[in-house]
Design a binder for this molecule. Structure first.
Ligand SMILES: [Fe+2]
Ligand SMILES: [Fe+2]
Ligand SMILES: [Fe+2]
Length: 404
């Protein structure tokens, strides 16, 4: 299908915003400012528009490795202090590079995320210097450095920022990067564009428009990347989305499903818990009983999944199946309390398999269950009118000898 990369990038940007809200308590727009500064510099350097699109994606995603739970556990302080701590952990560069292996870049950029904290003089995490640092990595590292050192949303900081950039020419930054920045920083609109209220529109104006002909198989390769980021959020869900996808594949073979529908279902499984990125680990990993209010917060996640995916053309069914995964036939599910007649076969299938998969995994408040025990619970839910009987019977048939 004709896959609009800008729509996809928009979904990724929304996702990153919600991760930030979870970790820092607010959307800092750090990655969006980086993308804007990087793209402005790339235009000035006369990169071609495919390179500029990739640079925008990379800048937006430069800290994607920081969503790993291990990296933001026990973070303390203000949003700014938390960002500083995360940025000082070299692992986020390595994990971030690896996470993006299958991203649909246009120019096959390599080693940009891993080297986004390098300094021109070799004093960065990996000690490489000058031309050894890919140009895109230099641009992102530059934008990252100034955005972490100064509040770029305040136009009055313009003088001290440019002074800092000039002073670090040849040490932190290459002469080219310093000069290009000093040139664009003379434009008043440049500073104006960085404010929280304007950054979204500013970005849309400078990022070129791209679509790419991708089949659902290729899109699935990309969404697997996102499912890795989702699963790594909590130690208890390390293999939840990937496990669900594996089970879906098996049952799709059993049903002899159309290959395109199967792929769409796999993509929906990869992304069904995207909204959980917005929910605090204090709630997700809570070993005790949750209060009613806490449970209400968790129940928001399928709606957030929908918000992130709904603007991608070609994802209509995927969005529906992914965001219906907690709906029940009797209307007792969430977030929309849909009823049987509003839930198509594939929505019901993902719901049943998601519950089965979750029961087979360990949770903070219980051990993992074997097939028999999990089936007892599923059958109980069928009896209560919540789940589709035929699908639950089929799950029993297909997974009776499944050991995980
Ligand atoms: Fe970083
Ligand atoms: Fe950063
Ligand atoms: Fe869920």
């Amino acid at each position: 299908m004709d896959f609009n990369l800008n729509e996809f990038l928009g979904a990724v940007a929304n996702t990153l915003d919600i991760i930030e809200i979870d970790i820092f308590g607010m959307a800092t727009n750090h990655s969006k400012r980086l993308a804007y500064i990087s793209v402005k510099m790339a235009h000035e350097i006369r990169m071609n528009s495919e390179e500029i699109f990739d640079l925008a994606s990379l800048a937006m995603l430069h800290d994607n490795g920081a969503s790993m739970k291990i990296l933001h556990d026990n973070l303390m302080g203000t949003a700014k202090e938390k960002i500083d701590i995360l940025e000082s952990r070299k692992e986020h560069c390595i994990i971030g590079e690896d996470n993006l292996k299958n991203f649909p870049f246009l120019t096959n950029p390599q080693n940009i995320i891993i080297y986004h904290h390098e300094k021109y003089d070799g004093s960065g995490f990996f000690g490489i210097s000058k031309d050894e640092i890919p140009l895109m990595a230099q641009i992102i590292a530059f934008s990252d450095t100034i955005d972490l050192a100064f509040d770029l949303r305040k136009t009055f900081n313009k003088e001290i920022v440019t002074k800092f950039v000039r002073e670090h020419k040849n040490t932190f930054f290459s002469p080219l990067i310093s000069d290009v920045f000093c040139k664009i920083s003379e434009q008043h609109e440049f500073w104006d564009a960085l404010s929280d209220g304007k950054i979204d529109d500013s970005l849309k104006m400078v990022i070129p428009n791209y679509s790419k002909e991708l089949n659902y198989n290729e899109i699935h390769t990309i969404t697997k990347t996102l499912s890795k980021i989702i699963d790594s959020k909590s130690q208890y869900t390390q293999s939840h989305s990937s496990g669900l996808s594996m089970k879906l594949k098996k049952i799709a073979e059993f049903y002899k499903m159309d290959p395109i529908i199967t792929l769409k279902l796999l993509i929906a499984s990869d992304l069904h818990d995207l909204g959980k990125l917005a929910i605090s680990n204090n709630l997700l990993d809570n070993p005790g009983k949750l209060s009613k209010e806490q449970y209400e917060v968790i129940k928001k996640h399928p709606r957030i999944t929908r918000l992130c995916l709904q603007n991608i053309k070609g994802f209509e069914e995927i969005t529906r199946w992914a965001s219906n995964h907690h709906e029940k036939l009797d209307g007792s599910g969430y977030p929309e309390a849909l009823k049987a007649e509003e839930l198509d076969f594939n929505s019901r299938l993902i719901t049943c398999l998601d519950i089965y998969q979750a029961l087979r995994e360990e949770r903070p408040y219980r051990k993992s269950m074997d097939h028999q025990k999990a089936m007892e619970i599923l059958v109980g839910m069928v009896d209560a009118g919540q789940l589709d009987q035929k699908i639950v019977d089929d799950i029993n048939l297909v997974f009776i000898n499944c050991t995980n």
